[in-house]
Design a protein around this ligand. Structure first.
Ligand SMILES: Nc1ncnc2c1ncn2[C@@H]1O[C@H](COP(=O)(O)OP(=O)(O)OP(=O)(O)O)[C@@H](O)[C@H]1O
Ligand SMILES: [Mg+2]
Length: 233
């Protein structure tokens, strides 16, 4: 078990205005697994990712990653945890506008003692001809590929993806998913993918539904299809 979440509770606000968002989440993700997290808007998907990523404090329960209880780490150890384990991909790519594609990726290269090869990664993500352009000069899909490259350059154990295809058309979404699938295969990267898209769950190993702050349903996907075969993206 690589990620283990035990009775995780998380609320925002205090006293009368407190909102209980996660109310006893239990789930786990194994090494090498891709996992989709679904649930209606406001069900706490992003909050859950942020708790796993050590970007939010939790009220009670535990988030254990590779044997380390993340919620007990002090801020220095937490930074180290994020640095050495995690890559984040968001719906809106958060690229640095005045850096080129290549520079945006390089910013994260130094975070690892054993980063992936920058040129290979740029080549693999189809960014070679765009590497010296600025984000404003490339398309949304190309920007998302750049954001993925940036998350991957340090070869993280875990990739946290919050609506990675939310802003993309169906063809570009498929390209991105094929890429994520390839990365998972080659590097065994664990992926937690939050998505409203119903098709994506067909390509992953595990599916988790959140409702009322808890895991309502969870199953292993016995009949995975490859990303290239996904329909209705
Ligand atoms: N920083 C915050 N302060 C207060 N309330 C918050 C904060 N972040 C999230 N919430 C509330 O927590 C609940 C869960 O939010 P969250 O963003 O995790 O939902 P989500 O499942 O990701 O939704 P969506 O599918 O719309 O992205 C919502 O009711 C939201 O308003
Ligand atoms: Mg969200």
């Amino acid at each position: 078990m690589f990620i283990e979440i035990n009775n995780l509770k998380k609320s925002y606000g205090q006293n009368d205005s407190a909102v209980q968002v996660l109310n006893g989440v239990n789930m786990s993700v194994d090494k090498g697994q891709m996992c989709v997290i679904q649930g209606s808007s406001g069900s706490g998907k992003s909050t859950l990712l942020n708790c796993i990523g050590g970007l939010e404090t939790i009220d009670s329960g535990s988030v254990v990653v590779n044997g380390v209880e993340v919620n007990t780490l002090d801020s220095e150890k937490l930074s180290e945890y994020r640095r050495s384990n995690l890559g984040f991909i968001f719906q809106f790519y958060n690229l640095i506008p005045n850096l080129t594609v290549r520079e945006n990726i390089r910013v994260c290269e130094y975070l690892s003692d054993s980063p992936l090869n920058l040129d290979e990664l740029i080549e693999n993500l189809g960014l070679k001809e765009h590497q010296n352009k600025f984000p404003s000069q490339i398309s949304g899909g190309q920007q998302q590929r750049c954001a993925i490259a940036r998350a991957l350059i340090k070869n993280p154990n875990i990739l946290l993806c919050d609506e990675p295809t939310g802003a993309l058309d169906s063809k570009t979404s498929k390209d991105i998913l094929i890429l994520l699938e390839k990365i998972n295969k080659v590097y065994g990267t664990i992926m937690l993918i939050v998505t409203h898209n119903n098709a994506i769950k067909n390509m992953v190993h595990k599916v988790v539904y959140l409702k009322d702050g808890m895991v309502k349903r969870e199953y292993l996907n016995e009949s995975r299809v490859s990303a290239s075969e996904l329909e209705d993206l």
